[in-house]
Design a protein around this ligand. Structure first.
Ligand SMILES: NC(=O)C1=CN([C@@H]2O[C@H](COP(=O)(O)OP(=O)(O)OC[C@H]3O[C@@H](n4cnc5c(N)ncnc54)[C@H](O)[C@@H]3O)[C@@H](O)[C@H]2O)C=CC1
Ligand SMILES: O=C(O)[C@@H]1CCC=N1
Length: 273
C-alpha cells in the first residue's frame, strides 16, 4: 500500500495544494506524478515538491495505481474520453475525483466503465496540512480505503461520508468556505487601508487577527465559538456596536443563504455536466 503511485491529472490550484500537504507529511516525491498541459505549472510543482511530472496524461495513468482527476468540472468529460479513445486498461485503477458537481454515476459514464472510485471534496488549506476533505467511496477495498485516508489525512482532516449527496454539503461548509473567510478578510483589509493604514500594515493586521481567532477556537475546544465571540464583546462597548450592526444586516442569515446557493449550484452542475 505504501508504495502505490498516485497521479494528479490537471495539477492546478487544488492538486498543487494536496501534493504540498502530502510532501509536507512524508509521502515520497517519486510516488507522485503531476500532469498538466502547461509546462510552467509542472516545472513549479517539480521545483517546489520534487514530484515526477508528465505532460502526457495517458502515460501518467498507465504508470499510476491511483488517478486523481483534478481538472475543472467542465473539462472532465473531454479528459475521460481521451482515456476511453486510447483504450487504456483502467479496470484495476482506483480513481479519485475532486470535481464539484459530477456524480459517481456520471464519472463512470465518462470513463465508460464502473471503475473503483472515490469522490473527494478537499480544500486549498491542504497545502499547509490544514485542509478538510470529505470522502465518498464507491466499490473500493478496505486496503484502498486505508490508502486514500492516509493521503487525505496527510493534508488535514479527512472524513468518510455515508451518502454521496453529502459531498455537496461539504462543498458549502469547507470546500468553498476558505473564500468566505478571505472575503471577510478582504473587507477588513480594505477598510483598514481606508482608515489610513498602509497596505502592508493592513494585510499584517488582518491576517494576524484571523490566525489568532482561528487558533483560539482550535486551542480551546471547551469554549463554544459563540462564547469566544462573547468574550470579545464588552456590554455597551465597541465590539457590541460592530456585531449588532452585522446582525441587523443579517450576516448569519446571509452566510446560510450563501451556503444554500453553493449547494444549489453543485446540484445544478450535477444535472448539466
Ligand atoms: N480550487 C479549490 O479550492 C477546489 C477545487 N476543487 C475541484 O478541483 C478541480 C480543479 O480545480 P482547480 O485546481 O481550482 O482548477 P485549476 O484550473 O487551478 O486546475 C486545473 C488544471 O488542469 C489543467 N488541465 C486542464 N485540462 C487538462 C488536461 N486535459 N490535461 C492536463 N491538465 C489539464 C489546467 O491547465 C489547470 O492548470 C475542479 O474540478 C474543482 O471543482 C475542489 C475543491 C476545492
Ligand atoms: O468553486 C468551485 O467550484 C470549487 C469547488 C470548491 C471550491 N472551488
Amino acid at each position: 500500500m505504501a508504495n502505490k503511485t498516485i497521479a494528479f491529472i490537471g495539477t492546478g490550484n487544488m492538486s498543487y495544494a494536496i501534493i504540498g500537504g502530502m510532501i509536507k507529511n512524508g509521502f515520497a516525491p517519486q510516488s507522485i506524478i503531476a500532469t498538466n498541459r502547461n509546462a510552467e505549472k509542472l516545472a513549479k510543482a517539480h521545483a517546489d515538491f520534487g514530484v515526477l511530472t508528465e505532460q502526457d496524461n495517458l502515460k501518467a495513468v498507465q504508470q499510476a495505481d491511483v488517478i486523481v482527476l483534478s481538472v475543472k468540472p467542465q473539462m472532465m468529460a473531454e479528459l475521460c474520453q481521451t482515456f476511453v479513445d486510447a483504450g487504456l486498461d483502467i479496470s484495476d485503477k482506483l480513481f479519485v475525483s475532486v470535481a464539484a458537481g459530477i456524480t459517481v454515476k456520471r464519472l463512470r459514464e465518462m470513463l465508460a466503465q464502473d471503475v473503483k472510485l472515490v469522490r473527494c471534496m478537499p480544500n486549498t488549506p491542504s497545502l499547509l496540512g490544514r485542509g478538510v476533505s470529505g470522502l465518498f467511496a464507491a466499490d473500493i477495498s478496505e486496503e484502498e480505503k486505508a490508502y486514500i485516508e492516509q493521503v487525505f489525512s496527510s493534508t488535514g482532516i479527512a472524513i468518510w461520508l455515508d451518502e454521496e449527496s453529502q459531498i455537496n454539503d461539504v462543498i458549502a461548509v469547507t470546500g468553498s468556505s476558505p473564500a468566505y473567510f478571505f472575503l471577510f478578510m478582504e473587507a477588513i483589509e480594505e477598510k483598514a487601508v481606508a482608515l489610513g493604514f498602509s497596505p502592508e500594515q493592513a494585510r499584517a493586521l488582518v491576517q494576524q487577527t484571523a490566525l489568532g481567532a482561528a487558533e483560539m477556537a482550535l486551542s480551546q475546544q471547551d469554549i463554544s465559538i459563540a462564547q469566544l465571540r462573547a468574550n470579545v464583546t464588552s456590554k455597551g462597548g465597541t465590539t457590541h456596536a460592530a456585531v449588532e450592526h452585522l446582525k441587523a444586516n443579517q450576516l448569519p442569515q446571509t452566510v446560510a443563504d450563501a451556503m444554500d446557493a453553493c449547494i444549489a449550484r453543485a446540484q445544478e452542475m450535477e444535472q448539466q455536466i
